[in-house]
Design a protein around this ligand. Structure first.
Ligand code: G3H
Ligand code: 13P
Ligand code: ZN
Length: 346
């Protein structure tokens, strides 16, 4: 089946009361692992690429790898999404590459670092909606700002600044009405990357998962029950994956990610899309380190990329089950981009 508009995958998730993991990819192994996990668990899939991923994969390679994935598993609904688009131009590039969904991250300026004004965010998000919807393409926007930084992208906020930039529910309502977007990324205390906060258990001294502003998610959902929320920075940073990296020569400091129970609570209150990148990076790096450390004589990349793909598959499969998308791939007839053009035209 052709790529599905992300809007339909989110509409169905909202109807079914489950979340869908949106997994960042940069290479063939990650795409294969997502598809294998989606096939195994009978899940719809959202595959997303950042600007960095498009650059790394030289644009056209990712598009064609995803086409191969569709050929291998025609029964799986798959949306292809641009993650953190920084400009109208980047969104246009993704649409030209057949992406069925784009994120314009107007919470930050085009440099991907400076916090944008609300007005500038509305203006750029609206511009992207106006160009994407007539083409049948889904649009995600973001209001509020996350912590952390990935590949030069992100405001890199500290704990106090993070709290000051949580999404304001009343402003969110205005933002959705003014822009007409399909999905809203909210800032509720998550951060990108492997280091999501410095909360320590006072007794054990261990790093604890970030405390999320679940009340904001509930309030946004109460105000806009039909708004599809997106939780970025949702890797759980499993201790066992960090442990494998460190056991085989890595030097990752003590850290903790977002608790799966918090994500599931968000899903109960309007979160339909859950962004996960770091967990797959951890799984891949740990598996490669393990092979190379245990068998330093090995030099065939298949001997470490194979286990890396397998480790990523385990992460995707576990998340698909935890978010509730497992079992839902065959629930609906998929619409096309042409169908969506008509829906948006009213
Ligand atoms: O939100 C950012 C994603 O984790 C992508 O990271 O820009 O390093 O590909 P990247
Ligand atoms: P993590 O770094 O927590 O995996 O977040 C990924 C993300 O939000 C991509 O947009
Ligand atoms: Zn993100």
């Amino acid at each position: 089946m052709p790529l599905v508009p992300m809007r339909q995958i989110l509409d169905e998730a909202a109807k079914g009361g489950y979340g869908v993991g949106a997994f960042n990819v940069n290479n063939m192994e990650q795409i294969q692992a997502i598809m294998e996990a989606a096939h195994e668990t009978n899940s719809p899939a959202i595959i997303q690429a950042s600007r960095g991923a498009l650059k790394y994969s030289k644009m056209v390679y990712l598009r064609n790898l995803i086409q191969a994935a569709l050929e291998e598993y025609p029964e799986i609904p798959v949306a292809m999404h641009l993650d953190h688009g920084n400009s109208v131009e980047t969104c246009k590039q993704a649409i030209a590459l057949d992406f069925t969904s784009v994120m314009i991250d107007g919470s930050l300026a085009e440099d991907g670092k400076t916090i944008n004004s609300y007005e500038a965010n509305v203006a750029i998000t609206k511009t992207v909606v106006e160009l994407a919807h007539p083409l049948g393409i889904t649009v995600e926007g973001e209001l509020g700002a996350l912590g952390g930084i990935e590949d030069g992208q992100g405001a890199n906020l500290g704990a106090d600044e993070l709290a000051a930039h949580l999404t304001d529910p009343a402003q969110a309502e205005e933002f959705v009405a003014e822009t007409g977007l399909d999905a809203l990324a909210v800032a509720v205390g998550t951060s990108h990357g492997a280091y999501k906060g410095a909360r320590r258990d006072p007794e054990t001294g261990q790093i604890m998962p970030p405390r999320l502003a679940m009340d904001r998610i509930r309030e946004i959902h109460n105000r806009m029950p039909n708004c599809h929320m997106v939780m970025h920075g949702s890797s759980s940073v499993p201790q066992e994956l960090v442990g494998i990296i460190n056991k085989y020569g890595g030097k990752m400091p003590d850290t903790a990610g977002v608790a799966i129970e918090d994500i599931r609570e968000g899903i109960k209150h309007g979160v339909c899309k859950v962004n996960v990148d770091t967990d797959s990076r951890l799984a891949i790096t740990g598996a490669i380190r393990k092979v190379l450390s245990e068998s330093p004589e090995k030099f065939d990349p298949r001997e470490y990329l194979g286990p890396a793909r397998e480790a990523a598959y385990e992460v995707y499969k576990a998340r698909m089950i935890a978010f509730g998308q497992a079992g839902h791939a065959g629930d609906y007839e998929c619409v096309t981009i042409e169908d969506m053009k008509k829906v948006y035209a009213g």
